[in-house]
Design a protein around this ligand. Sequence first.
Ligand code: RAM
Length: 344
Amino acid sequence: MKRTIRIAVATAMALSASVAFAAGGQDAKAAPAAGKKIRVAILVKSLGNGFFEAVRDGANEAAKELGDVEIIYQGPSSATAEGQIEIINNLIATKVDAIAISANDQDALVPVAKKAMEAGIKVISFDSGVAEAGRILHLAPSDTELIGRSQMRSLAEMVGWKGEVAILSATAQASNQNAWIEFMKKEIAENPKMKEMKLVAVVYGDDSSDKSYREALGLFKSYPNLKGITCPTTVGVAATAKAIQDQGLTGKVQLGGLGLPSEMKAYVEAGVSQGIALWNPIDLGYSSTYILYNLVKGKNTGKTGDAFAAGRIGTIKVGAAGLAIMGEPFTFTKDNIAKFAAMF
Ligand code: RAM
């Protein structure tokens, strides 16, 4: 079977011990401060998203190791900046110590994130970034250009390098998806092997299963010759897989993107998608918690060049513009997806 994304992956273990991280640097288990726990809020794009539930599990794992950390997991019911702003205001009022945000809008959250930092709260973004002025650092799961270009290459392989393709994304303001889409567009425009491919539409399912499903149906209707869809969102890719299957389009419309193995296993095994990619969301939550803990404890500042000790992950280094990058995406195909589906 075809490999969908040509990204070198050494072993399955590389997924949880991300390759871009320097080895070692295990932080000693901090002794709980007398009585008071450090309150770390994990603010996600929206509730009910399995990806973020795995992030939460990783945060809880780190909190357990650290001992004196309490995780507060929150998110709006739908993926809006307004909902997140309201939650951040509440977190400021209740005086949490730290917040990790996956942003629904990188700019709209800056004023309230600044307000939180002025109140002494340590603020970072992870997954989907807040603009630089509104966070100490951003923890990205992988390199933006690599994610964007490799998703388009993966889809190209599936459709045989020709025909109409579309992107079904999360929200129109999502900073992570928009940055990836920029590189998907560059790849299709620049790669001479893709000259017979045409990107016909970019649509938004807002990380809602229902809306994503409807948008997928809309694509089938508007583009009867559509050969493939790539969805850089776990919610969108699962909904699109269901739409393809329900419409009897398996094998006619190819599907690629970023998906949770637990949600995509059945579709990948049934051939609805030849393969999807992702990183380990558990590690993202685990690392975010260690980073915030070290910031609160004054062990790190988060400035460029700073190195955080992050438990089993090792050392996380902060690069230019306060950007810390975890590792490389991993590709799940019908040969390996079952193993990961049990994890996330
Ligand atoms: C969805 C969210 C998240 C993104 C993943 C791939 O769960 O949009 O931000 O990183 O997909």
